[in-house]
Design a binder for this molecule. Structure first.
Ligand SMILES: [Zn+2]
Length: 177
């Protein structure tokens, strides 16, 4: 199972990765050198919006995912899911604490406890908003996957359509002759 380390401003994403059960380190005050060192020692994937940090990491063989500032948490989750085959479904028995990354332990029906900070997790009323966001991320992932499967019709649209128009021009000329 992949492990992650996120740099500043990625707190929301960190919470989601933990809920999904991925071991995710996040601390607003991590400096770049520390992120790289931890990622290297613990074989973690870096997720950042910092191009410079990503370039430095990739140069020495550390996996790094560059999150785009314009992308929402939903889009970023979808992209991460596609790239690293992340399961976007929640199973609280396998979840980690969204606050401290600790492991959860089921203590009674619909109730889990963080083994590190003792935060309680209830599968209650407000829980319904969680799968909603993940369903959106899954839909985005499906859309991206379709684009990935048929890249020529999407990303090279300009190139392809110009070829088509050239061909149809020639055909038209033939027809005229
Ligand atoms: Zn905790």
């Amino acid at each position: 199972m992949q492990k992650f380390i996120l740099d500043a401003m990625m707190g929301r994403l960190a919470r989601w990765l933990r809920i999904l059960g991925y071991d995710t380190l996040y601390n607003n005050s991590y400096e770049d050198w520390k992120i790289i060192k931890i990622a290297q020692n613990e074989k973690r994937i870096i997720v950042t919006r910092d191009r410079g940090l990503c370039a430095r990491a990739l140069k020495i063989g550390i996996e790094c995912f560059l999150a785009l500032p314009a992308d929402s948490v939903i889009i970023t989750l979808a992209k991460l899911s596609l790239k690293y085959d992340i399961d976007l479904s929640v199973n609280l028995d396998a979840s980690r604490c969204s606050v401290c990354n600790g492991i959860l332990r089921k203590v009674e029906k619909n109730k889990w406890l963080c083994t590190s900070c003792n935060k309680e997790y209830w599968k209650g009323k407000h829980w319904s908003t969680i799968p909603e966001i993940l369903i959106k991320a899954q839909k985005e992932r499906e859309k991206m996957y379709e684009q990935y499967k048929h890249p020529r019709t999407r990303s090279r649209e300009g190139e392809d359509s110009s070829q088509i128009s050239k061909k149809s021009d020639r055909e038209e000329i033939k027809t005229i002759k």
